[in-house]
Design a protein around this ligand. Structure first.
Ligand code: SAH
Length: 433
């Protein structure tokens, strides 16, 4: 299965190329390849990650052509918005009208949406978010693969099951070779075009060691590499960028400094934010967000989290529920309910409708079995599959009973493709205009 349809280069700019996909064009930054007009390339997250031979490109494109337009029709049908809903209160309609006209919504408006309790009102919020997703981003859905390379962590984040609080957890660390091999398997065997490498803050994996891994994967395969190793320092960010990483997943967890400091002993929100900002300045694509349902967190806090992620120029928003882990100080807290998470995803689409990728997180899929479908119908357009070797997955226990802890990659891919096709989504990441 291919997660990036090859496109034909139409124009060549100074640093970027214009790529044509069945008549739609997208811009992609080209740093690594010598390309000419008429060449075929694959792009991810707005970066050219691979040149593709004409014969390979043409065979992929002919397999896709019919399906591509068929999926678009299904998506269009499912995202249609019926504005003649009866019984919807006036304020809700007028806020959603403004959202549809691309007027910015005030904090009060967003809170009003978050506080909506009627089923018909809630469903209309989700449908509006889905309509906006279809209008601006069409049916492309980003499918990334995550490899959790180590569960060692020096930090004491109060909610996290791989933190120092969890004394009962067996620790593992994949070797350099295991990581490279797993990435190559995901890329070459299973067609992933974007791989996220994640770990706890593991002192063994210094920036130099991580950079060697990234450089080796980049040398062997065309892929967008995303890193998520926590606070590795500005120098570390630079080294990994030089090695070829182009995206970073780093949540700020919560924009409320008091809650942040309570949950992250010895750490400050500002330091975390500085890392994210610096990564953006270096040139990384930013994937960020936070936890929904933290103790003492209000709905206003969550809206501020979305604003903050937007301010940080998130190319992908990653918001998921806090799920209490029994071996942490927050063991006795409760997770949020499904609608609170879905509302947060929908509001994210309303706040940043045009370009954003919004992830349905594995934590959300752990909270509710149908989260992926519901999330994708409420403004989201990205999913993450777990390509960590199965023998390690269970030990990456950031929260208990994680979804996909046991599923082979092939099973996950099959299920994902079936779901995406039923929703009219194409598992492609064409980047943004
Ligand atoms: N060391 C990296 C990765 C941390 S784990 C870093 O610092 O960014 C990845 C994410 O898992 C965290 O950002 C956090 O938001 C999420 N997470 C941790 N514990 C969780 C829990 N109990 N419930 C839901 N998400 C959790």
């Amino acid at each position: 299965m291919c997660y990036a349809i090859p496109g034909k280069v139409k124009e060549i700019g100074e640093k970027s190329v214009l790529v044509d996909y069945f008549g739609e064009t997208r811009k992609a930054i080209n740093e690594f390849y010598d390309v000419r007009i008429g060449d075929y390339v694959c792009a991810q997250g707005g970066f050219v990650i691979k040149k593709v031979s004409p014969s390979e490109a043409e065979s992929t494109l002919s397999a896709w052509q019919e399906l591509f337009f068929e999926l678009k029709q299904i998506d269009l049908r499912l995202s249609r918005l019926d504005l003649k809903n009866k019984g919807i209160d006036k304020r809700l309609s007028s806020i959603l009208d403004n959202a549809l006209e691309n007027k910015s919504l005030s904090l009060e408006d967003l809170l009003y949406l978050f506080n909506t309790e009627s089923r018909s009102g809630i469903e209309l919020i989700y449908k509006t978010a889905n309509f906006l997703r279809q209008k601006y981003i069409k049916n492309s859905c980003c499918v990334h693969g995550i490899i959790e390379i180590s569960n060692y962590c020096t930090q004491g984040c109060m909610y996290c099951g791989i933190s120092t609080h969890n004394k009962a957890l067996g620790r593992y660390r994949m070797t350099h070779k295991e990581i490279v091999d797993s990435a190559l398997l995901a890329i070459e065997e299973f067609g992933f075009k974007a791989i996220l490498l994640q770990s706890g803050e593991d002192a063994f994996y210094t920036a130099d060691r991580l950079a060697d891994i990234v450089a080796e994967i980049k040398a062997k395969a065309g892929v967008l590499i995303c890193i998520s190793f926590g606070e590795i320092g500005i120098d570390g960010l630079e080294k990994l960028y030089k090695a070829g990483a182009r995206a970073i997943l780093m949540r700020f967890e919560t924009s409320n400094p008091k809650i942040y400091e309570r949950l992250h002993p010895g750490r400050s929100l500002n330091t975390r934010l500085d890392h994210i900002k610096k990564a953006g300045q270096i040139g990384y694509l930013i994937m960020t967000g936070g936890l929904i349902g933290l103790p003492d967190q209000t709905r206003e806090d969550i809206i501020n989290d979305i604003y903050l992620a937007k301010e940080l120029q998130a190319e992908m928003y990653s918001f998921g529920p806090f799920l209490p882990h029994p071996e942490t100080p927050l063991a006795s807290n409760s997770p949020p309910n499904e609608d609170d998470v879905l509302k947060a995803l929908a509001l994210t689409r309303l706040i940043d409708p045009e370009k954003s990728k919004i992830l349905v997180t594995t934590a959300f899929e752990t909270l509710c079995p149908d989260a992926r479908r519901h999330g994708l119908l409420a403004g989201a357009n990205s999913v993450m599959l777990n390509v960590t070797p199965i023998k390690y997955r269970k030990q990456y226990s950031i929260y208990p009973n994680r979804a996909y802890d046991k599923e082979e990659i092939t099973t996950q891919i099959k299920e994902t493709i079936a779901l995406l096709q039923s929703l009219g989504r194409a598992p492609t990441d064409l980047g943004v205009n």
